[in-house]
Design a protein around this ligand. Sequence first.
Ligand code: SF4
Length: 322
Amino acid sequence: MRSCETPTSYADALHRWNGKPYYSLDCHLKNRFNEKVYKLALDGGFTCPNRDGTLDRRGCIFCSAGGSGDFAANRALPIAEQIRQGKSLLQNKNTGSKYIAYFQAYTNTYGPVDRLRRLYTEALEQPEVAALSIATRPDCLGRDVLDLIEELNHIKPVWVELGLQTIHEPSAAYIRRGYPLSCFEEALAQLNERNIEVIVHTILGLPGESFDAMEQTARYLAGKNIQGIKPQLLHVLKNTDLAHDYEENHFHILTLEEYTDILIRCIEVLPPQVVVHRVTGDGPKSLLIEPAWSGHKKYVLNEIHRQFKLRGAWQGRKYVSD
Ligand code: SF4
């Protein structure tokens, strides 16, 4: 596909990728489905082993009470109704007729497989749903769950989103991720074997991580068979243990300039066919403590694109210091 070839210049990258210097989700979905496609954030009523006491009761240190699904629909509603409501919220801006059903909140493979089948199938049966995206942990992908996802992947595309965040074990221990890197590698191998697309979530700005350490995570992922990446600026949200640590220790919060710098370094090392699902985070404004600048999403996006341009940088091109 033309979009996946390495561009030869910044201008070529913009030409290939709908005006962006990286292969964005928006561009990928238009290529794939021939129209604008929106994601509908759903809540399947799950919990998480990091919250129900199986591994821990406190959750990951940054995780809000909504289980990182603060924009997801009302979990009390059936999936079909959540999809209907999500569509109606988008009716003023949607120009297409297809959607990605995104099981976002908590750990969306953490439950009996017959329950998972019922929920996923209900979403896939909606005619406007073009694909399913399932956010989960690599330690919650047993063989029966993998078999189910592989089966459904033959009906419509099913993607799995894995919350890796970092490859560095001290950071993983700090955030209470609850599984080692080897667990991620085993899950990725299983998903690759079954031809299931994988999107990996990473966090930029974890306390104690240098820019080089963050770039190492990106370089590690650049060498893996993944189809997408979701870099996320570390958000300090109210009522999280991360917020308590910030109050006590005032660890460094990335400035916009620093975030832009490290984000570009990370995107530059990714192969051009890896879809960049986002370049800014979506912390709910009502919960956001830091970084305050991240609430100005349009400004942040413009600044990121401006810096890409200034550096002549684009995805797949190795970083050259300016
Ligand atoms: S694995 Fe996800 S849902 Fe569970 S505590 Fe961590 S961020 Fe929250």
